[in-house]
Design a protein around this ligand. Structure first.
Ligand SMILES: *Cc1c(COP(=O)(O)O)cnc(C)c1O
Length: 479
């Protein structure tokens, strides 16, 4: 390991000096980012640290090749090596998740969701329409039939989790294309328990009759029963689309099994690769055989040329996640989240759903008299990096919020275990208790106003540094 890290140190030192010669500000920002990542207690639930092999794989000339199309069927000549890269990445993805089909081209989670939505429309709406009209492709349709089909796409209905209950903006939110493209109805959580109410979801679905039922979340601290979701989808004839962007690592690491594993139940699954899965920044889609040929048309449907260098890095990340050590990591992520949740609750912090059984915890900071924005800023001043987030039916709206979301994937990658996460819970509670809101004139612009009791921010910084120094990021890597 140290041999490898010192070799890599040499590579990065030389790379940075090459960058420096062209644009020093980029070299400086790249160096500074490593310092910042190393020095911050990163509790952002959607972030992680990819391995050095994954990072290195992204920095090659595979980036220079255009390869629109699919493996073996490209719109450009000379794609044989990209074919290999894409085939290997897809093979690892299929094997890792036990999926019938994998599409590894999406550039991000949002792109993966766009591929998922449009492939479902192609399969459920476009293909039957073509058959009915005796056309082979959309090019064979008359102008009039084409206009009708376009209007039909827009009339389709999607049902996903609401943003303030923990859903993602791609699940039908009006500021995202999913909300503009579809008629939308969202489901929330039970106001008493904070949990998904499957009976109510079924009743709502019966009434709304969605074409697509979306399961998955960004800020829901609990597991989802995908067998129940499948039953509900079947009951109303909906396609079950699972967005596992946040928790793909827990699926890959076999923490979510049985009815908590979406793969056997969903028609289409989309994900990121860079969150709990710990790969490069990117996305992918898994599908049943039935949906495979529609998903395969992601390019040119909503994607241009694939990022071949990133597909290569995805292949490495999937291969890493197939190792036993990744399962140990994923279990530790979930175990650490429990310790973090219990550590916060026993010190008086209120949590949405009173706990967690995945990788994230959603604190409701309103009992400290704080908005999510004030709490996020006070924690950041103390060296603790989090992000504010709405709680269900948030009285403070989506900008100020009443919640702060924290997660364990990143710090677990650095080697944090139960003792460290209990300490993290103590540090967070100390800061929240020491922070007092300062009233501002109504409508006053600018910063979140609060004060932190003397010495608390500095003390927390020092304690956080001690934890971080004991669990170094990329040990042995010297710039
Ligand atoms: C993060 C996330 C996305 C979007 O991923 P990007 O890579 O940022 O585009 C989509 N869906 C869910 C549920 C997410 O958590």
């Amino acid at each position: 390991m140290s041999d490898f890290a010192s070799t890599v140190s040499g590579i990065y030192q030389q790379t940075l000096s090459v960058i420096e010669a062209v644009e020093p500000r980029i070299a400086a920002a790249t160096r500074a980012e490593l310092t910042d990542q190393r020095g911050s207690l990163k509790l952002i639930a959607s972030e992680n640290y990819a391995s050095l092999p994954v990072l290195l794989t992204m920095g090659t000339w595979l980036s220079d090749k255009y390869a629109e199309g699919t493996s073996g069927h490209r719109f450009y000549a000379g794609c044989q090596n990209v074919d290999t890269v894409e085939d290997v990445a897809a093979e690892h993805a299929r094997e890792l998740f036990g999926a019938e089909y994998a599409y590894v081209q999406p550039h991000s989670g949002i792109d993966a969701n766009l591929v998922a939505y449009w492939s479902i429309l192609a399969h459920r709406i476009e293909s039957p329409a073509l058959e009915r009209l005796g056309a082979k492709t959309v090019n064979d349709l008359s102008e009039e039939d084409w206009e009708d089909l376009r209007a039909t796409f827009n009339a389709q209905k999607v049902m996903g989790m609401s943003l303030d209950a923990g859903g993602h903006l791609t699940h039908g939110f009006r500021h995202n294309i999913s909300g503009k493209m579809f008629r939308q109805h969202s489901y929330g959580t039970n106001p008493e328990t904070g949990l998904i109410d499957y009976d109510k979801l079924l009743a709502d679905a019966r009434e709304f009759q969605p074409l697509i039922l979306v399961a998955g979340y960004s800020a829901y601290p609990r597991r989802v029963n995908f067998a129940r979701m499948r039953e509900i989808a079947d009951e109303v004839g909906a396609t079950l689309f699972v967005d596992m962007a946040h928790f793909a690592g827990l699926v890959a690491g076999k923490v979510f099994t049985g009815e908590e594993n979406p793969i056997p139940y969903a028609d289409v699954v989309a994900s990121t690769t860079h969150k709990s899965l710990r790969g490069p920044r990117g996305g992918f889609v898994l599908a049943t055989k039935e949906y495979a040929s529609s998903v395969d048309r992601g390019c040119p449907m909503v994607l241009g040329g694939p990022l071949s260098h990133v597909m290569a890095a995805k292949a490495l990340a999937f291969a890493e996640a197939r190792q036993q050590s990744f399962q140990v990591y994923a279990q530790q992520v979930a175990d650490n989240a429990k310790v973090l949740a219990e550590g916060l609750m026993k010190r008086g912090v209120k949590l949405v759903t009173d706990g967690t059984d995945n990788h994230l915890v959603l604190m409701d900071v309103s009992s400290f008299g704080l908005t999510g924005r004030q709490a996020e800023s006070a924690l950041l001043d103390s060296g603790v990096v989090t992000n504010r987030n709405s709680v269900p039916n948030d009285p403070n709206g989506a900008w100020y919020t009443s919640g702060v979301r924290i997660g364990t994937p990143a710090l677990t990658s650095r080697g944090f275990g139960a003792a460290e996460f209990d300490k993290v819970a103590e540090l967070i509670t100390d800061v929240l208790k020491a922070t007092t809101p300062v009233a501002t004139a109504a409508g006053a612009p600018g910063k979140a106003k609060y004060t932190i009791a003397d010495g608390v921010a500095a003390r927390t910084h020092a304690a956080a540094s001690e934890l971080l120094d004991a669990n170094p990021l990329y040990p042995g890597l010297e710039l």
